[in-house]
Structure formats: C-alpha cells, structure tokens
Write a protein that binds this ligand. Sequence first.
Ligand code: CP
Length: 338
Amino acid sequence: MRHFLDTQDFSKAELLELIELTRRLKAADRDGVALKLLADASLGMIFEEPSTRTRVSFEVAMTELGGHALYLKPGEIHLGVRETIEDTARVLSRMVDILMARTLRHETLLGLAQAATVPVINGLTDYNHPTQVVCDVLTMIEHAPPDRRLEDLRVTFIGDATNVLSSLMHICTRMGMHFTHAAPARYQPPQAWLAIAEANIRASGGSLRITDDVTAAVADADYVYTDLWWWVGQEDQIPERRAAFMPRYQVTMDLLRRAPAHCKFMHCLPASRGVEVTDEVMDSPQSIIYDQAENRLHTEKGLLVWLLYPRLPRPAASLREEHARRLQSYLEEVRPRA
Ligand code: CP
C-alpha cells in the first residue's frame, strides 16, 4: 500500500506515470466521458484548515469517478480530542477506502498515515503540498513552449519559503528541471530542504539557484510562480514581512516584462491581489492561474485512481449473484413484502 505524503516518496518515472494517467482522465472528461473507475468507493477528507480548491477538487473527483467523499473537520469528529489521531485513522480505515488530510502540523499527517490501513493523501501541511505541485507540473507541461522537454523548463518562485515552495522545489529538481527561488535571505529555504533538492539534482541533472536578486531570477524563467507572504497564524508578522518583500518581490507587469515573452505566471491560490502579485498580472494573458486551479480536479482524479483502483475488489458476477440470491431469500423469509 502506498500513501501520497511527499513527492520525494515517488520516483520521476512514477510521477510521470501519474501525470500521464491524469492527462488521459482529463481527455476523457473533455469528451464528456465520466469513467466510474471508483464506483461505490469512499474518501474521508480531514480538514484542520479551510480550503476551496483542495476540498472541492477531491469531492468532485470522487463523485465523477462514481465514489463518494465525506468532509470531516475538527468539532465534527474527534480529531486529536477524546481519542488519539492513530485511533481515528484506524477506525476511519475500517469505513472508507482512502483518506485525505490537511493538517496544521506535518507530524499529525505522519501519525495518521502510520496508523491508517488505507492510503493517505497529503492535502497540505505546514511542510508541503504535494498534490498542488503534481498539478503544477502538469500545467507547466501543457503550457510549455513548443519543442521544449520537461527537463529544459525553468521555474522561478518568488517570495516566502512556504510549504508550496518546498514542494515545488523538490518536485522540479526531482524531475530534472531548473529551479530558482528569489527571496530576501531571511525568507530563503532552510538547509534541510536545500539538501533534498541538491540530492535530487545529483540524480536528475536539474539545477537549483537561491538568490535575493529577483530581476536576475526571472531573466530566463519559463514560469514565474508566487504564493502568499503570510498565512494564518502569522498575522503578527505582517508588518515585517510586508517591509521585507514590498515592493521588490511583488510580481508586477514591470517584473514580468524582464522575463522572456513566453513566460507564464502561476499561483497556487488563494492570492492576495495587490500584495504578492498585482491585479494586472493575475488577469494578464500570461497568467495561467485558472488552468492551474482546474488541473487540481484532474490531478486529484489521477491520484485517486492511481492509489485506489488496484485496491478495489472486483468480485465475479457469479459471486454477486450468489450473495444477492441468498440475501433476497433471507429477506423474503424474515421481512416478506407486505
Ligand atoms: N491551493 C490550494 O490548496 O487551495 P485551497 O487552500 O483553497 O485548497
């Protein structure tokens, strides 16, 4: 059984296989073909934080694949209160076929996954956001300049070293792509994150550049990507963060014009318009943020099918008929039709 907690747990070949599966599911969707590959399966979705894209994409993906999703949040289930996380995972594993969790702390997700007996998908933690970045690589492939290989693509992330930055840096370097992070020194990634990216590069042949020179960082970028400068719980840091990033690291049309003309703008969303990015960039022809957001739905489908389809029972028709016959016979005996 595989969980999906970190793209680092998957080889480049496996990630490409997942992306190819996603592209095939998306092509079927484009033709109006709904494939019920997960008929009658259930997904338990645990959310310790709010979500628009992750919640809706997983719920709709399950519905379109013929399954069902349950939205579970603290206050409605005993998550870490009155019973341990591990007991919650063990119990839910007896009732649903797969779990997805957005947890405040990465350790909570690891505890869930360690105890669960069904696959667990990471829907974002304080460390990483792997479903987002698989979607991002798919979106980059779809919007790549003609005749460019994945390994030729250059991605520049501007701003805070967020959970999205860690995931994007790790998947891009794992795929052999060229990754740049531009931020003030104080907001650059910790050594432990860099060590993972550097190990990826030794294996993949990609590259990594960390700089505070945002103009140089975009000069050769195929994609400029940014994320929020502060998140829930960091409100007390807003003045210092704003002062560190504004105006130099805000993605403006002036900055984007310093990138090649074909460069696309990406953002995982939600965005603070007028803070890390201007309205003009968000709504420009170079922005692919809504294609990126839509791809969350297709990526969740790919991931759910990849993890769950091989695990679902496919009883023989004769076995189904035998059980139906036995149950109907029993019901006629104890609960005959009035
Ligand atoms: N990008 C992303 O994960 O969005 P949500 O927080 O709305 O799920």
